[in-house]
Design a protein around this ligand. Sequence first.
Ligand code: SF4
Length: 89
Amino acid sequence: MNDLLNGPKCKSCGGSVRISEAEIRRLLEEMQLSESDMISETDYNSRLSICRACEHLEYNTTCSFCGCLVAIRAWIAEKHCPKPGFPKW
Ligand code: SF4
């Protein structure tokens, strides 16, 4: 099994907190976002870089404030970093 899919389990659902690139693509497709719902790849990579350096990122996948998978949240134009008072993006 891919190492990305091993590791800690979600406290709520018991699923793995790791997620593959293919799973991210599948989830984004299911959300049926339009182009205007999403940011550019450059901006997406910028957001993800901030998350990867953030002390509030858990398991290298999940924001500890909202419980979101940042690899998905960061694509969505209307979303922002949920850090209270000091959003990072
Ligand atoms: S969304 Fe904000 S608080 Fe959450 S991991 Fe990313 S930078 Fe950190």
